[in-house]
Structure formats: C-alpha cells, structure tokens
Design a binder for this molecule. Structure first.
Ligand SMILES: [Zn+2]
Length: 177
C-alpha cells in the first residue's frame, strides 16, 4: 500500500482498498512493460500477458494531437508557383501568346490561387480552433483524473474533497461534465 491509507471511500466508508488512481495506473504500466520485455527477451514459452485492469479500462484522458502544418506548406507552395507563373506570363515575348496568357490564364490562375488560399486558410483556422477546444477539455479532464482515488472493493473512484462516488463506467461523464 502507499501513503493514502487515511482516505476512506465514500461508498463503503473503508480506507483499506483505496489508492490514488494515477499511482495504480503507473504501477500497471510498469508491470505491463516488464511483462512485454520479459516476453520479448525469452522465447515465448506461452507466458500470458496479464492485462492490467486500470491501464486498459480507464486510462488518463489522452492528450489531443497538435494539427500538422501541411495546409500552411500547401499555401506557401501554391503562392510560390503562382508568383512564378505570373512572372512567366508577363515575360512572354510572342504578342499573341502574351494576350492569351494575360487575358485568359492569369485571371483563371488568380481565381484558383485565391480559392486555394481561402479554403486552406479557413481549414487551418478551424483545425487550430478545434485543437484548442480539445486541449482545454483534455486539461480539465486530466486535472480531475489526477486527483481521483480508486476503491478496489466498490470498483469506483472519488475525489479527495468530494463525497461523490463515481462507478468506473461513469468516469468519462464525471471528467468532462
Ligand atoms: Zn469502497
């Protein structure tokens, strides 16, 4: 056991099966890693990998992945190609081709360029906003998760300062309420 012995579960009113959730989770992960390593090292003699209960059933909220910059690169490349093409159109020496290029291709190209920049730009902004919302939600959930205690007898969690007991299948609702 560890240093949380004094804390009693609000459901069974007993302290003996209570442990901080994140310390159980870390123990589970250590055990899981050790099991995997021993399986890799020795030849697989039919060792059963003990599935850690907590690490798999209610892990800490997963941090959202930051969106990549692919759309920004796309915009930069499109813009660079655009500038190069406009420059080429302006430098055509043959008068007939020059007119065709400047009257037909340049406006079309400008239109295409504008559409790409607007669409990619607004998509990038949307992705950024959605990432920030997810990050905020994650931070809130993770903060709550870190403070939870688990009662192995009642199979549920509770916060140190709250009297509310949360069965394991309702943890998500509690974390993001
Ligand atoms: Zn309990």
């Amino acid at each position: 056991m560890n240093n949380n012995i004094s804390l009693s579960c609000p459901n069974c009113k007993q302290p003996d099966s209570v442990r901080k959730l994140n310390s159980i989770y870390e123990d589970d992960l250590t055990k899981a890693t050790a099991t995997i390593q021993s399986n890799d090292g020795g030849n697989s003699a039919g060792n059963k990998v003990a599935q850690p209960l907590l690490a798999t059933s209610f892990p800490p909220p997963e941090k959202p992945v930051k969106p990549n910059n692919n759309l920004v690169y796309l915009m930069i490349i499109t813009l660079a190609v655009g500038v190069y093409l406009v420059w080429s159109f302006l430098n055509i020496s043959d008068d007939y081709s020059k007119v065709i290029a400047q009257v037909i291709f340049m406006p079309l190209w400008a239109l295409f360029l504008t559409i790409v920049l607007i669409v990619a730009g607004s998509m990038q902004i949307r992705r950024k906003n959605s990432y920030h919302n997810q990050l905020e939600r994650w931070q809130k959930g993770k903060l709550k998760w870190d403070k939870l205690y688990y009662c192995a007898r009642c199979k549920g969690v509770f916060g140190q300062s709250e009297n509310q007991f949360i069965p394991i299948n309702q943890i998500d609702d509690y974390l993001y309420e």
